[in-house]
Ligand binder design. Sequence first.
Ligand code: UDP
Ligand code: MG
Length: 316
Amino acid sequence: MKDTKLFVVMPCYNEEEVLGETSKRMRELFMTMEADGLISPDSKIVMVDDGSRDKTWSIISGLCDSDSIYRGVKLAHNAGHQKALLAGLMTVKDECDCAVSIDADLQDDINVIPEMVKKFDEGCDVVYGVRSKRETDTFFKRFTAEGFYKFFRVMGAEVVYNHADYRLMSSRALNALGEYKEANLFLRGIVPTIGYKSDCVYYERAERFAGESKYPLKKMLSFAFDGITSFSVKPIKIVWTVGLLVCVAAIIAAIYTIISKCLGYSTDGWASLMCSIWFLGGVQLVSVGVIGEYIGKIYKETKARPRYIIEEYRKK
Ligand code: UDP
Ligand code: MG
């Protein structure tokens, strides 16, 4: 019998329609995994109420009263999915051996959790749940989501393609995550930077069985924008590059203007105006880029991220 203490953490925002079914399905899975000797009987299902306005918290409280397998964490206000998830994970990190984060609507297939736990037993600290297909998502959601992962890569941040926040993390990976003090949280960008041994499990994403998405387009766009601006200083570098290109163009424009002037093709004042416009434009962009570089440095400093994470310390 293994004694892996598994905690599943689910952020819930106005999820009264799904919680009954979700908790039941999750409990059944826990029973099977326990019977298979995969997890310890002390494993828990933790629901984080992210300041819901419906009956979510009373349902969670009821579940906790009825069975000690359930736990509830109530946030004082709606902090948003990422922060709610972090709150849950940080609350349980010292009690569990590993924690799986999953959305309350069970769109992500819970039947791969045993596979995640097996990989954890084999020594993985992080196991990513990756969507192999997105057939149940609308074309629009699929297109925007997949485009987002690609764009993110181009912008120079490391993300696992088609992986949302469905993942297993060991207690030491969670402790490392706790060292990231940034306020703009983008967990799927942070976790790969932790390092440690990781692996993936694949599943098909299902449709929400009840309730509606809490991520309308507006929230999704701001999430994507937040993700990019909290992970990449590439936009600043782009300003730099454009500035340099404009400077080169300014030299070409100056040569052209001077030749035109000498050949007498220009009216008075045109040559000096042309040269100054191009030149000043270039200088301004480069200056903004230089200032941007410093701001980029300040931005990295203020995040106060851990500078390294030790994987092993052998004395013998
Ligand atoms: N969620 C949350 N706080 C929020 C918005 C969403 O805790 O402000 C939770 C929500 O209850 C769900 C998960 O985040 O468990 C993902 O939300 P949803 O399923 O609506 O997103 P989608 O799957 O449509 O991207
Ligand atoms: Mg969902």
